[in-house]
Structures are given as structure tokens and as C-alpha cells.
Design a protein around this ligand. Structure first.
Ligand code: ZN
Length: 243
């Protein structure tokens, strides 16, 4: 069983298309998405439609919930709130219904899927070893996948000892080498780990391997679309630096 895992698409259609093209060559049985299809980016409807069509499992994220009116925008930074308001106005009925049908947690093939973390599937950021260990203790699954931070990560826990760090392109993990794992595939549409390329993860549950991948996409096209729609300039600028 091979699954490709994506997260945090954020309305970046060109990044999503590049990832889906790469995923087509991975001989994967399933595609899982950990949420935040919209918010920040200029193409929310097309991204929702593509993920609805291609993903076998999809979670809802905090930005999706904000756009649906289910989370208070006071908790968002000003640029995030501005883009959530724009997205809410631009969202068409079918993509909206798709987002409303999703939950922030799920399981697939025994793997725990959480948009943010097992302790708080909507808000908590798992970026430190401390939070990764607490997340694993709070989850029943051996292998836990999270999104939300936009940073590709791989943490393992064996006999109480936590190991792990950021997972740049080319990181390969042997799932048999530890008791428990927590991984973040990184973000498709707004990476924040200093690598501007779109991120995804290949999980081979049979071979017990995880492979972190990055793929180039046309950043300038997404930047142009952001500017055409009058979305905050900082959201365009950050994409070329992956921050
Ligand atoms: Zn996100």
C-alpha cells in the first residue's frame, strides 16, 4: 500500500498541479490530504475541485473553517484574515459544500491523520520535539501525520526517546527503525521551511518507508494571480522564499 500525502494547498493551483503531476508517477494507491485547501492563495475553487476529485481522504484545516465562518477571524494574522474574507466571498457552492463535508481528523490504513495535532486538530503547531512527543502520547496510532505548520518534519519515538528534525527533500525514513512516528509532509501551496518548492510525502506502508519530496512549480504565475485579485503583497512575496 503506497499513499502520497499532501497538506496546506492554500489555493495555490499551480503548486497543486505540479504535485499531482509528480504524484502520478509515484504508483501510489491513494492520495491523502491533511487540510487547508483554501486561504492565502488566489485559486480556492479550482483547488477544492481538484482535491475533491483526486484525494481518497481529505481533512479540513483551520483556514478552511475560517472561510466557512466556523472560526473567528480575530485569531488570524491580518493578511490571513484579509485572504480568508476574500476567499469566503469568492468560494462557489460546490467547493463550499465539499469543505463542509470534511473533518479535521481521520484514520486511513491505521495511520492517524490530524490537520494540526492529536491534542488539538485545528490549532496546535507541532514544531518542537517536546510537542511532537506530547502529540504521539495523545494519539493511539503508531504513525501520525500532521500538517498546519507548513514545515516538513519527521520525529520518531522509541522506548521513550524522541529523535527527529526537519525533513528536507530527499529525507528517507525506515518506519521499522522506531516504535512510533510523527510526520508532516510540508506544504504544497505555501512552504515555510526555506524551500520554495511544493512538498509532498510518499508513504510505502508495505515496505515501511517514508520519502519526502519537493517539486518546482511556476511561483510567478501564482504571484501574478494574487496581485490581480488585490490580495496582500506579502502573501505573494513569501512564496518565492518559502517562508
Ligand atoms: Zn495551513
Amino acid at each position: 500500500m503506497r499513499a502520497c500525502v499532501i497538506s496546506d494547498v492554500h489555493g495555490n493551483l499551480h503548486a497543486l498541479e505540479a504535485v499531482l503531476e509528480a504524484v502520478a508517477d509515484e504508483e501510489a494507491d491513494e492520495l491523502w490530504c491533511l487540510g487547508d485547501l483554501v486561504g492565502y492563495g488566489p485559486r480556492p475553487n479550482a483547488c477544492c475541485r481538484l482535491v475533491a476529485e483526486r484525494a481518497d481522504m481529505c481533512l479540513v484545516g483551520n483556514h478552511d473553517l475560517a472561510v466557512l465562518g466556523d472560526l473567528d477571524l480575530d485569531f488570524f494574522a491580518p493578511d490571513a484574515a484579509a485572504s480568508a474574507r476574500w476567499t469566503a466571498a469568492a468560494l462557489e457552492p460546490e467547493p463550499e459544500a465539499f469543505l463542509r463535508s470534511l473533518e479535521p481528523t481521520g484514520t486511513r490504513e491505521g495511520v492517524g491523520l490530524y490537520h494540526a495535532s492529536p491534542r488539538d486538530p485545528v490549532w496546535e503547531y507541532v514544531l518542537s520535539g517536546e510537542v511532537a512527543a506530547a502529540s504521539l502520547l495523545a494519539a493511539p496510532e503508531e504513525l501520525v501525520l500532521v500538517g498546519h505548520s507548513h514545515v516538513a518534519l519527521a520525529f520518531s519515538l522509541s522506548e521513550g526517546a524522541l529523535d527527529g528534525d526537519v525533513a528536507p527533500e530527499g529525507t528517507e525514513e525506515d518506519l521499522g527503525s522506531a516504535d512510533r512516528w510523527l510526520m508532516n509532509p510540508g506544504s504544497v501551496g505555501q512552504p515555510r521551511d526555506g524551500d520554495a518548492r511544493a512538498a509532498y510525502l510518499v508513504l510505502d506502508l508495505g515496505a515501511r518507508r517514508a520519502s519526502f519530496r519537493r517539486v518546482r512549480y511556476d511561483v510567478e504565475r501564482t504571484q501574478e494571480e494574487l496581485r490581480e485579485r488585490g490580495l496582500p503583497e506579502a502573501l505573494a512575496a513569501r512564496l518565492e522564499h518559502g517562508v
